[in-house]
Design a protein around this ligand. Structure first.
Ligand SMILES: NC(=O)c1ccc[n+]([C@@H]2O[C@H](COP(=O)([O-])OP(=O)(O)OC[C@H]3O[C@@H](n4cnc5c(N)ncnc54)[C@H](O)[C@@H]3O)[C@@H](O)[C@H]2O)c1
Length: 696
């Protein structure tokens, strides 16, 4: 029996799940359990059965490696295995440690008894993939832990430590020490005392005023999960556990599961789940590539990014030496880091002693000599090539051999930066997003000569500091900013043609973007956009842009930091207030250019902005700047506020259908012939569309 091991310990048969790392319930494991049960039932010497996880975990649920393969639904299904447990004529005891989640918990719920060690992680996290527990979890858990606790767990997917179930029927005994021995002893007791075969399905739920409670639950859940259908269905499924006989409740659960699994929201969530795992892998950097040890980090520059980046390492317990040119800038940077931690204390997210521990790991310095022990140096100085040149030449002199030299540049050529050193194999781009201590995205920019061990090290380090790392090749703007430029350009062209910034922002926000393009630009600083746009106007004269943005910037309206931009801002506040001055600028601009404004619908706004992302994404993919379409999706989901329920721009385009996407692009080209070149579908997009294929 691969997937499980069967052993007899006296009168107890022990079935050990054996599918590292989390004993996912793949086909071999399910078959192994079913066969183990048969064997135990046929053996007269066996009086009870223990199911336990090999290694640290009971089971993390479905085996994600079998998703989308025939094995996932091959018989015996989890349903059949659980039915077998329930019907078993000998007591079956689940022995729970580590992760006991999803299908793993459902398996345990189907056993007659459950014992656990403290600290086991109990959860039904299916809702996070836009589905619900489909093997009886929504029906059995309320019977064992009560309606309210079960509902909370199923709707949130949250992990609850096993000891918190004290007083419920979930665990019959908590085991101190060796779980396996404790479970066998417990099984012996069950046999000796001739205890009954307890089945969760037989428990009757008595819940007064259930209807009122579930209506309240529906209202609360709907308010916080409006774009996701699964949480509401979770409530309905638990309501069915209360209102219906067990088997009918099971059928309702199955019906909901079958419905949810087909929803675009669930498909998007599952796509994001796999996209995140895929992005950690670099095609030509195999698992097992040697990793360089990173015990000490140095940061050059204590400005906006330098401070935020340092905090990631301090939070992870890695000492950071931070360097500035002048004492004043250094003090200011260190004070900002402290202030950020103090704010976390005020919000109750950090304890005062943690602040001191973290600040204790930070060494401010003005001397490059103090960086010579660093295993990794990250540069976040001004975005000017000559400043970067000075820094990297200096680092080449002082950094120890084998130290990784990283740049946080957002626009400059990482290959040129690497060439300032004698060790380009050690140079890599680490493009953090602002605020760097909060944003999860990290674009890892791979130079032509970046060593594979350097890449492997940075990808591993990204996990340590809880970032989602996506590899990008070297190009202007890397994956994220290169695409966003086209999105913002379309947004401004829409304003030129007849929309207002507020309308464009609202349409995209209603569609799901966390922030519309104009609010985003005001937040990031319109001056940054302006500098890039002026450079690109010279480099790419074929791509048209609206001059409205230039006029806004010529007025010094750089966004929130200057109190005005595409909107106006009241002192100390961040609310974007529509400004008649901006409307005047727009009206005058249109008049100067002889543009008659037309009425523009929200659909056109969304399509033009999002398809601008998609078309550039296709180019990025074709050029090999991104390794895979899902990496582009990950960049947008984790760094640009793209709605999770739409799965990222490339996945969304797949959902719409690439033929439809290119068809709309042709329409936009016809509306504005000057912009027709832009709307020419990227060759990869055109090819996939004509072949009826998808990006992902
Ligand atoms: N701000 C963002 O949103 C953002 C996002 C991603 C990447 N970046 C990139 O990060 C880098 C830093 O940006 P920032 O926003 O933190 O800038 P910033 O102006 O806030 O900070 C730069 C800091 O570097 C210091 N500095 C300048 N030259 C130095 C030198 N030779 N040695 C030591 N220190 C020096 C300055 O005193 C300043 O404190 C830039 O390359 C920028 O393109 C910025």
């Amino acid at each position: 029996m691969s997937g499980t091991e069967y052993q007899r310990q006296g009168a107890v048969a022990v079935i050990t799940l054996n599918n590292p790392p989390v004993n996912g319930l793949g086909h071999a494991v399910r078959s192994g359990i079913a066969e183990g049960l048969d064997q135990a039932q046929a053996d007269n010497n066996v009086k009870a059965i223990v199911i336990i996880g090999g290694g640290k975990n009971f089971s993390g649920g479905a085996d994600i490696r079998e998703f989308n393969t025939p094995k996932a639904s091959a018989e015996p299904t989890l349903h059949q295995v659980i039915a077998g447990l329930e019907e078993c004529s000998k007591p079956v005891i689940a022995a729970v440690a580590g992760a006991c989640m999803g299908g793993g918990l459902e398996l345990a719920l189907g056993c007659h008894y459950r014992v656990a060690v403290s600290g086991a992680q109990i959860a039904l996290p299916e809702v996070k993939l836009g589905i619900l527990p489909g093997a009886g979890g929504t029906q059995r858990l309320p019977r064992l832990v009560g309606v309210e606790q079960a509902l909370n767990m199923i709707v949130s997917g949250a992990i609850v430590p096993s000891e918190q179930f004290k007083g419920t029927a979930l665990f019959d005994e908590m085991i101190d020490g060796d779980l396996s021995k404790g479970a066998v002893v417990f099984a012996g007791k069950v046999v000796a005392e001739n205890r009954p075969l307890k089945r969760a399905r037989d428990i009757k739920i008595d819940y007064p005023n259930a209807e009122g409670f579930f209506q309240f639950a529906r209202n609360s859940v709907q308010a916080v999960s409006k774009n996701f259908p699964a949480p509401l269905k979770c409530v309905d499924a638990v309501a069915a556990a209360v209102a219906k006989p067990f088997d009918e409740g099971l059928r309702t659960e199955r019906e909901f599961f079958d419905y949810l699994v087909q929803t675009p929201e669930s498909k998007a969530l599952r796509h994001a789940f796999f996209a995140e795992r895929a992005s950690a892998k670099i095609t030509d950097v195999p698992d097992g590539t040697p990793i360089r040890g990173i015990k000490k980090v140095a940061m050059i520059g204590a400005g906006t990014m330098g401070g935020g980046i340092s905090m990631n390492f301090l939070n992870a317990g890695v000492p950071v030496t931070i360097l500035e040119m002048k004492q004043e800038a250094l003090d200011k940077g260190v004070a900002t880091i402290r202030k950020n931690y103090e704010n976390s204390i005020k919000k109750g997210k950090l304890k005062p002693e943690q602040l001191e521990a973290r600040m204790g790991l930070l060494t401010p310095t003005l001397r490059y000599d103090d960086l010579k022990d660093a295993d990794l140096v990250i540069e976040a100085v001004f975005e000017e090539m000559n400043v970067k040149e000075g820094v990297f030449k200096k680092l080449d002199d002082v950094a120890k051999p084998g130290a990784i030299l990283a740049t946080n540049t957002s626009t400059l050529d990482v290959n040129r930066i690497a060439a300032f050193t004698q060790r380009p194999q050690d140079v890599v781009g680490t493009h953090f997003f602002s605020p760097a201590n909060v944003m999860r995205l990290l674009e890892v920019v791979r130079g032509d000569k970046t060593g594979k061990d350097v890449l492997a090290t940075i990808m591993k380090l990204a996990r340590t500091i809880k970032k989602i790392a996506v590899v990008s090749g070297v190009c202007d703007g890397f994956i994220g900013n290169r695409m966003i430029e086209h999105y913002s350009r379309q947004a401004t062209l829409l304003v030129e043609a007849g929309a207002l910034p507020g309308q464009v922002d609202k349409a995209l926000e209603k569609w799901g973007m966390a922030m519309g393009p104009f609010r985003m630009s005001d937040l990031a600083g319109n001056d940054i956009w302006w500098a890039i746009s002026k450079r690109h106007a010279k480099e790419r004269p074929d791509i048209i842009s609206s001059g409205i943005g230039d006029r806004i910037c010529e007025m010094g309206r750089f966004g929130q930091k200057t109190g005005s931009g595409w909107y106006r801002y009241e002192a100390g506040k961040r609310d974007a207030i529509p400004d008649p001055v901006v409307e005047d600028v727009i009206v005058k601009y249109r008049k100067d250019k002889g543009i008659t404004p037309r009425k523009i619908g929200d659909d056109e706004i969304v399509q033009r902005c999002i398809y601008a992302l998609v078309n550039e994404g296709a180019r990025i993919l074709e050029e090999g700047i991104a390794q895979r379409a899902s990496d582009i999706d990950m960049v947008y989901l984790s760094g640009y506020g793209f709605p999770l329920f739409r799965g990222g721009p490339m996945f969304y385009a797949d959902t719409v259908g690439l033929y439809s996407v290119t068809h709309s692009m042709k329409r936009f080209a016809a509306v504005n012939p000057a912009d027709a070149g832009f709307w020419e579908p990227a060759p990869l997009l055109a090819k996939l569309a004509s072949e009826g294929k998808t990006f992902n």
